[in-house]
Design a protein around this ligand. Structure first.
Ligand code: 5GP
Length: 119
């Protein structure tokens, strides 16, 4: 699947659509999910054009990967969920129901999240 530069997160990165930003650096942007599924529900996206984790892990540079991973951890700590615990989710492809084709990690926390998957 090739990258669609008109996906909603690409528009957010270009500033064409607003977001509730929580963090930004060279490699990553973090913002609140528009339909939060937990008291804390923040999305972290890389700045490069990667469709999903599969694409990112195969094609991103070591600096992009390291910067992105460091940003996810920092955002979780800054949000105050590192002590109580949080869940990271990265959906890839059809079976995962990935909705937006720009790689993103969900940070979910702020309450006990229950079992990992609902059957
Ligand atoms: P996915 O299913 O692709 O892993 O998750 C996509 C997430 O993006 C969903 O949780 C959805 O609520 C969120 N989302 C979709 N459109 C927008 C938007 O325009 N702004 C923000 N902040 N989140 C969005």
């Amino acid at each position: 699947m090739s990258y669609d530069p008109n996906n909603i997160f690409a528009k957010i990165l270009r500033g064409e659509i607003p977001c509730k930003k929580v963090y930004e650096d060279t490699h990553a942007l973090a913002f609140h999910d528009i339909r939060p599924q937990a008291p804390t529900h923040v999305l972290v996206i890389p700045k490069g054009p990667y469709v999903s984790f599969d694409d990112f892990s195969a094609k991103a540079s070591a600096a992009e990967i390291a910067g992105f991973v460091a940003a996810v951890g920092k955002v979780a700590r800054d949000l105050g969920v590192a002590t109580s615990g949080y869940r990271l989710i990265a959906n890839h492809g059809a079976n995962s129901h990935q909705e937006v084709p720009h790689f993103h990690v969900h940070i979910l926390g702020g309450r006990a999240l229950g079992p990992m998957l609902v059957k």
